[in-house]
Design a binder for this molecule. Structure first.
Ligand code: CO
Length: 459
């Protein structure tokens, strides 16, 4: 049986270990080798890469994509897309979603992994449709979580709904690394029995379950697994590519990944990691195993956010209370999977409830929007009390929220005027207005001042 690999070092490993701060130049020299490794795909764009390019790296994310495309003509390039939220935290109108997907494909993306934080299929439908229209591969995604209402039967039902959209694969996305080997085996087995398209598994090493879970998922018939080249693997990142290749080949699986090329890639990234460790960008703690997520059943990233929030307010002594309040808030909201933006929303509200000494004395704007139905359908029942508190006698909206939004592309084009040189600029601006404007200004200045820039580049 064949097992394919998606290499995540350029996107998720980069995002999970070093907050997506790897500039293009840092990995440019190894792209030609990566193109020869035999990967099913290279996850290299979307998620936080877009934001990070504009905000911290002064890079045009579209140009980064085009350069990777040019350097890797033989490997499928993959991106992560948050459905109707694209790469942001709110829902965009359909014309924006369609143009974003079209331009992503035009600039080099082959596979778009599309998910919705609530597993509300209506929120991935337009992105899937546009991906298919542009001849690319849509990978419909299930966000994996544990709760009293999330069970095999519901996941299979969801997978069938996603398959009906016409996707070419279904991905199980375990963003917190909490899917156990047993759960993974049972879920993948059930999916393989019930859907026809290939099944992809994405997990993280955070809790230490990763390798075991991936092995059991492969045994259950997973077609593609996500992994990262070893020196950027482990901890909050993915399990190591070379280790999985070694073990699976020995077990008799047909693994098309070339170990020799992997060694070359890993040797290349070792000094990149050393530099990140030295500068403090890479904290050794995130590379270790953190089992707290198994107890609290919340993602490691969310746990560190809670600690940071409380530390900033000098209230770290309240951590235990906040950790008890978090699952209660999640239950009140109908058990949303704890993935962006729900993880932040639940964490912030739980903290507010504890620090105010009274539950829902202050309700965040985002939680109010959620209760109003602006993020989609909650997986379970939202607390009636909370609903009453936010809505009074009003009813939440039940339609797809994007149906209530005015088109956005033309308005953004008009706002930008000649500062935008192409549709890609308009999309950068819609996604991250302030960062994009700053980036456009710097780009203009660079154009006008090539002489100074040339001197700067020498040293
Ligand atoms: Co991930």
């Amino acid at each position: 049986m064949k097992v394919n690999f998606t290499e995540t070092v350029l996107r998720d490993a980069n995002q999970s270990l070093i907050a997506t701060r790897m500039p293009f130049e840092a990995f440019e020299p190894i792209l030609a080798a990566m193109d020869k490794a035999g990967y099913y795909s290279l996850e290299c764009w979307g998620g936080a890469t877009f934001d990070s390019c504009l905000r911290y790296l002064n890079e045009d994310p579209w140009e980064r994509l085009r350069k990777i495309r040019k350097a890797c003509p033989n490997t499928k390039l993959q991106m992560l897309l948050r459905g109707q939220n694209l790469l942001g935290y709110k829902h965009y109108p359909d014309d924006v979603v369609r143009l974003f997907v079209k331009k992503s494909v035009e600039n080099g993306i082959d596979i778009i992994r599309i998910f919705d934080a609530l597993n509300d299929v209506r929120n991935i439908q337009v992105a899937v449709d546009e991906t298919l229209k542009n001849g690319a591969h849509a990978s419909g995604t299930i966000c994996y979580t544990l709760s009293p209402i999330h069970n095999l039967e519901n996941y299979v039902k969801l997978a069938k709904e996603i398959e009906a959209l016409g996707v070419q694969s279904i991905c199980v996305k375990d963003m917190a690394g909490i899917m156990s080997p047993k759960e993974g085996y049972e879920l993948i087995k059930a999916l393989k029995e019930n859907v026809k398209v290939p099944v992809v598994v994405h997990t993280h090493s955070t809790t230490g379950l990763g390798f075991m879970t991936l092995l059991k998922c492969v045994e259950a018939g997973a077609d593609v697994i996500d992994s990262s080249i070893s020196c950027f693997s482990g901890g909050t990142s993915q399990p190591a590519t070379e280790t999985l290749v070694y073990a699976l080949k020995q077990l008799g699986y047909d693994v098309p990944v070339d170990e020799k090329v992997c060694k070359e890639i890993n040797d290349f990234f070792k000094p990149v990691r050393a530099k990140a460790l030295e500068s403090g960008l890479l904290n050794p703690v995130v590379m270790g195993t953190q089992t707290d997520a198994l107890i609290y059943q919340i993602p490691g990233g969310m746990l560190s956010n809670l600690v940071a929030q409380l530390t900033a307010q000098n209230k770290l002594d309240k951590l235990d209370e906040v950790l008890l309040e978090t699952p209660r808030v999640r239950e009140d909201l109908g058990f949303p999977p704890l993935v962006t933006p729900m993880s932040q929303m639940v964490g912030v509200q739980a903290t507010a409830n504890v620090l105010a000494g009274e539950r829902y004395k202050n309700i965040s704007k985002e939680v109010k929007s959620y209760i109003k139905g602006e993020y989609g359908r909650a997986p379970g029942k939202v607390s009636e009390e909370l609903q009453k508190l936010v809505l009074g006698d009003e009813q939440p909206i039940t339609c797809r929220f994007a149906d209530t939004l005015e088109p956005g592309v033309e308005a953004a084009r008009a706002e930008l005027g000649d500062r935008a040189t192409c549709d890609e600029d308009v999309l950068s601006y819609i996604a991250f207005p302030a960062q994009a404007e700053k980036f456009f200004e710097a780009r203009e200045a660079k154009k006008k001042n090539t002489f100074t820039y040339a001197i700067k580049k020498v040293d």
